[in-house]
Design a protein around this ligand. Structure first.
Ligand code: GLU
Length: 273
C-alpha cells in the first residue's frame, strides 16, 4: 500500500463511560483512517476540571481497545494549556475577541435559544461586544468571546452529511453567535482547544458526531483567524434509544462496559451500530 497523508483523531472526553453511540463514531473514524492507510491520534479531551476523571480516561482507552480500535499516538489536552494560551494571545492582539462580563443572569436575558437543536448553545446578542481594537494581555478571571461576522454564511461540504451552511450573527436570523473562546477559570473553550490541536496534529479529516456540525462553522472562523487550514469533516449520525432520545453518558445500560459485562462480544456490539 502506498503511504498516505490521512491523519485522523479520536477525541473522547473522559466525563463518563463510552456508550454505543461513541463506539460507532470511533469505529467509523478508525475504519476511515484504516481504509486510507492513514494514522490515528487518541486525544484525551480532559479540559473540564469539574467533569473529567482519570478513571474514565483509563476506561475509555480500555473500552476502545476491547472493541478492536488501535491508534498510533496519544495526547492529553490538559498538558497543552500553554499552546492554547499562545493562540488566544494572537486572537487578542489581532482584535478577534472581546471580554464578556455577563453574569449567568445577564446571559439569560442576552441570549435566545438556538433554532432547531436545543442542545446547541444559545445565541448571544452581543451585549459586551466592543470594537475590534487589539487587546494587549489576557486578563485573569475573565471570559472572552469571538466576534462573529454578522450575517455571513459559513459553508462547508461534509463528507457524510453533505453541503452545510450556518449564518453567524447576534439576532434572530443567526444560527450561531459570538462564542466563548476563553473561560474565566483560565482554560480555553472546547472550540479553541479543538482548532489548535487539529492544526498542531495536522489532522486531515475530523470524524465526529452530527451534534457538532454547527461547531464546525465556529471552528472554521477560528481557523481563519489563526491562519490554519480547514480539514475535511465527516459528521456521523447520532444513535438514539428506543424512545428516540439521543444516547448520552446517562444511558448506563448501553455503555460498552455494561455490554461487555453482560457477556456481549465485540462482534455483537458492532452489529448494533
Ligand atoms: N470531545 C468531544 C466529545 O466527546 C468531541 C470533540 C470533537 O471530536 O471535536 O463530544
Amino acid at each position: 500500500m502506498s503511504p498516505s497523508t490521512y491523519i485522523g483523531r479520536l477525541a473522547p472526553s473522559p466525563t463518563g463511560l463510552l456508550h454505543l453511540g461513541h463506539a460507532r463514531t470511533f469505529w467509523i473514524a478508525y475504519e476511515r483512517a484504516r481504509a486510507a492507510n492513514g494514522k490515528l491520534w487518541l486525544r484525551d479531551e480532559d479540559l473540564d476540571p469539574q467533569r473529567s476523571r482519570a478513571d474514565f480516561a483509563a476506561a475509555m482507552r480500555e473500552d476502545l481497545q476491547w472493541l478492536g480500535i488501535t491508534w498510533d499516538a496519544e495526547m492529553r489536552q490538559s498538558e497543552r494549556i500553554a499552546l492554547y494560551r499562545e493562540a488566544m494571545e494572537k486572537l487578542l492582539r489581532e482584535g478577534f475577541v472581546y471580554p464578556c462580563t455577563c453574569s449567568r443572569k445577564d446571559l439569560q436575558q442576552a441570549t435566545q435559544a438556538p433554532h432547531e437543536d436545543s442542545e446547541d448553545e444559545p445565541i448571544y446578542n452581543g451585549r459586551c461586544r466592543s470594537s475590534s481594537a487589539p487587546i494587549a494581555a489576557l486578563a485573569p478571571n475573565t471570559n472572552y468571546r469571538f466576534r462573529v461576522p454578522d450575517g455571513e454564511a459559513l459553508r462547508f461540504i461534509d463528507a457524510h452529511a453533505g453541503p452545510q451552511s450556518f449564518v453567524a450573527g447576534c439576532d434572530a436570523n443567526a444560527d450561531f453567535g459570538d462564542f466563548l473562546v476563553w473561560r474565566k477559570d483560565g482554560l480555553p473553550s472546547y472550540q479553541l482547544a479543538c482548532v489548535v490541536d487539529d492544526a498542531a496534529m495536522r489532522i486531515t479529516e475530523v470524524v465526529r458526531g452530527r451534534d457538532l456540525l454547527k461547531s464546525t462553522a465556529r471552528q472554521i472562523l477560528l481557523q481563519r483567524a489563526l491562519g490554519f487550514s480547514t480539514p475535511g469533516y465527516f459528521h456521523c449520525d447520532l444513535m438514539r434509544d428506543d424512545t428516540g432520545v439521543r444516547l448520552a453518558k446517562r444511558h448506563d445500560a448501553l455503555s460498552l462496559r455494561a455490554m461487555r459485562e453482560a457477556g456481549l462480544s465485540t462482534q455483537d456490539v458492532r452489529e448494533r451500530f
